[in-house]
Design a binder for this molecule. Structure first.
Ligand code: ZN
Length: 189
């Protein structure tokens, strides 16, 4: 559903009417990832402004509730992967992970593992790590604040997926580098 809302341009104070969506399906996911759906051009001064608003993103096997600046769990049902994201950076990464059919809890585990194993110099430079993309052999990560990329083999990902037991999640939850630890335990193989 599309609604129209007013927003005031922070540069020229002009009141603009902007389109906001309540719901985005698979066909429009790219417009979320490239932020187009949140970007508006002021009709008076041409300033480009990002206006983030709550949005439900429905992929083929997941649902993400994007709830900017709040991370309250949202009740939902079904066998779909249910997630909440509260920042655009988290939302974008989450969509990339779930669109690539990867488990986000395992991805967070790998991200911690990569950071933990960096040499001291790089570790001090790095401000964070984000999943980027994958091919049939590897998963690729971007180290933020550093030009370095990190790689994890797909094979290693698959081994971890077997070793990590994910807890049953039946509401929309926020899974990030802090909270993922609450949702798994290691199998004793
Ligand atoms: Zn303006």
């Amino acid at each position: 559903m599309i609604t129209k809302e007013n927003y005031t341009c922070p540069k020229c104070q002009n009141t603009n009417r902007i389109k906001t969506y309540s719901f985005i399906d698979h066909t429009n996911i790219k417009r979320v990832i490239n932020k187009e759906i949140f970007t508006n051009i002021c009709s008076k001064c041409g300033e480009s402004i990002d206006v983030f608003y709550p949005l439900k993103i429905v992929g083929e096997n997941y649902i993400i509730h994007y709830t900017p600046n709040e991370n309250a769990p949202i009740a939902d049902a079904g066998k779909t992967i249910l997630r909440v994201c509260d920042t655009f950076a988290d939302l974008k990464e989450k969509i990339l992970i779930l669109e690539d059919n990867l488990n986000d809890i395992v991805i967070e585990f790998i991200k911690d593992y990569i950071i933990y194993n960096l040499d001291e110099k790089t570790k001090n430079e790095v401000e964070g790590i984000r999943y980027n993309n994958c091919d049939k052999d590897n998963l690729y990560f971007q180290l933020l604040g550093s030009k370095t990329k990190a790689v994890c083999s797909y094979n290693k990902y698959c081994k971890l997926l077997k070793k990590i037991k994910i807890k049953k999640i039946n509401q929309c939850v926020l899974i990030d580098s802090y909270t993922y630890k609450n949702y798994y335990r290691m199998r004793l193989l």
